[in-house]
Write a protein that binds this ligand. Structure first.
Ligand SMILES: [Ca+2]
Length: 133
């Protein structure tokens, strides 16, 4: 998905991480997460082949582990309840901050493990958009 980065709400600063938030309790597999800034991927360790480095699960999204997805390693996220852009999220580090008012692209692959939840992405100071499948 592509979108112009817009600051909604009270977030301050520039987007410097990518968040994954499940909309309820559930689980999903994530792999090949990319955020393109001027055509360059700025997600650190979005393939998970080297483990969970640069990814942090917080609050009810703290259960993260490496799982095989048939194409290598992926991140398995299990949430116990709906997440939010505050203390209940999976957060990945960006190697460069994004620029408000500019277009960025978010791409990822997800597995169909989710039960009650569904995968979506959010980033501080950006529009929330459901994840394209
Ligand atoms: Ca992978």
């Amino acid at each position: 998905m592509d979108g112009v980065l817009t600051n909604y709400g009270t977030a301050v600063g520039v987007p410097n991480s990518v968040n994954v938030i499940l909309l309820g309790s559930g689980e999903c597999l994530l792999d090949n997460i990319e955020v393109l800034k001027d055509g360059l991927n700025v997600v650190s360790n979005g393939t998970f082949e080297a483990g969970l480095g640069d990814w942090t699960g917080q609050g009810n999204h703290s259960r993260i582990e490496i799982a095989e997805n048939g194409d290598g390693k992926a991140l398995k996220l299990t949430s116990s309840a709906r997440g939010d852009p505050g203390p209940y999220r999976l957060r990945g580090r960006l190697t460069a901050s994004l620029t408000l008012g500019r277009t960025a692209t978010l791409r990822a692959q997800r597995g169909g493990l989710e039960e009650n939840g569904s995968c979506s992405f959010a980033s501080p100071a950006t529009t929330w958009r459901p994840m394209a499948t």
